[in-house]
Design a protein around this ligand. Structure first.
Ligand code: G4P
Length: 328
């Protein structure tokens, strides 16, 4: 089952970004440092029409430091792009953000030409926390200026530096299945939109191959070493964790739903160690495969359309699921 969700404010946010971007010098894309590729909104580049971009890898405290470095190097090698990593423990992130924006748009600055920045990110990536730190807890200004809708907030970081906030936004159709799982594991997708057991199994599949030690230590899997765990089925690892944590049903059966919740909670809280669920190379491969599969689907659909006699196919995106973590 692919991860599906109702995209919340997607259309209105999309419209607001399209309007606002005309007067924007730099776009800040807030990414989750544990899943930088998967947390990047594929629609954003289109909407922001090639504006210089600052990629902020947030929650770096939860991510694998070596992989964060790899992602920063990857993004910094792209044209018109800078990347920095942050986390909520840093009390003065503004200086780094302001400096990076000036590097990206050197002609802006001063009262006559203030820097105008748009900040975007998926739900739960830590945008409110960051903005709160940037403003020192002052209430951000909302909607009392022509052209600023309720959907946006203009925040004055300095007399010549304005930041426009946008609601957390997901996109409606994900073509990289692994991205759906990683987004769900990270907490970006509301829990009604996915099967926790399935997401936990995907997560364990990756962790046992890449971060087995964290699993062994946290869940006291003393009888297992990394090689033994790598040879186990994901279901067996989940079952073992459930037993260790006493998540049992009657007759000694493991409550797999409960075990899945435990695995996801421990991952999100950082209790399995600092983990990044994708490298730039892995993500590039997943994306290429996703795009190929998507092109094949589109070609098949077009061929069916030409024949014109087939029954209508089910839509690829359901909008039935709620997304409680998206901004309401
Ligand atoms: P959003 O506006 O992008 O939706 O995200 P928000 O700032 O509300 O942050 C979502 C969750 O992520 C919050 O936790 C917040 O504390 C946490 N968070 C934000 N930045 C960081 C960071 O750099 N590192 C870590 N480890 N966590 C971060 P929560 O559990 O939803 O709420 P709470 O426990 O803070 O009350």
């Amino acid at each position: 089952m692919a991860i599906q969700w109702f995209p919340g404010h997607m259309y209105s946010t999309q419209k607001a970004i399209t309007e606002r971007v005309k007067d924007i010098d730099v776009v800040i894309e807030l990414l989750d440092a544990r899943l930088p590729g998967s947390s990047a909104n594929p629609m954003l580049a289109e909407l922001t029409a090639g504006r210089p971009t600052l990629k902020v890898l947030n929650k770096q405290d939860l991510a694998d430091p070596a992989r964060t470095e790899a992602w920063l190097a990857h993004y910094n090698a792209l044209p018109d792009t800078r990347a920095i990593s942050l986390d909520a423990s840093l009390t003065m992130p503004a200086q780094r953000i302001v400096r990076a924006c000036h590097e990206l748009s050197p002609n802006r600055g001063g009262m006559a030409k203030p820097m105008r920045v748009l900040i975007c990110g998926i739900p739960n990536v830590g945008k409110s926390t960051l903005i709160n730190t940037l403003t020192g807890g002052r209430k951000a200004k909302t909607g009392d200026e022509a052209g600023i809708t309720k959907l946006e907030q203009r925040i004055t970081l300095a007399d010549d530096f304005y930041l426009w906030d946008t609601p957390g936004m997901l996109w409606p159709r994900i073509i990289v299945p692994k991205s759906g799982y990683n987004l769900a594991a990270s907490g970006a997708v509301g829990r009604n939109a996915f099967d926790e057991e399935e997401v936990a199994l995907e997560l364990l599949d990756y962790l046992k191959a890449n971060y087995a030690e964290g699993l062994v230590t946290r869940f006291k899997l003393v009888e297992l070493d990394a090689a033994t765990m790598a040879a186990m089925k994901d279901e067996e690892v989940l079952d073992t964790i459930g037993r260790k944590r006493g998540a049992l049903l009657g007759k000694g059966k493991v409550n797999l739903q409960k075990a899945a919740e435990i695995v996801m909670h421990e991952f999100r809280a950082g209790n399995l160690g600092r983990i990044t669920l994708e490298t730039p190379e892995e993500f590039a491969q997943w994306l290429a495969a996703g795009q190929r599969a998507d092109a094949e689907r589109a070609a098949k659909k077009a061929a069916r359309g030409k024949k014109g006699k087939q029954k209508p196919v089910a839509p690829e995106t359901t909008e039935a699921d709620g997304n409680p973590s998206a901004d309401e």
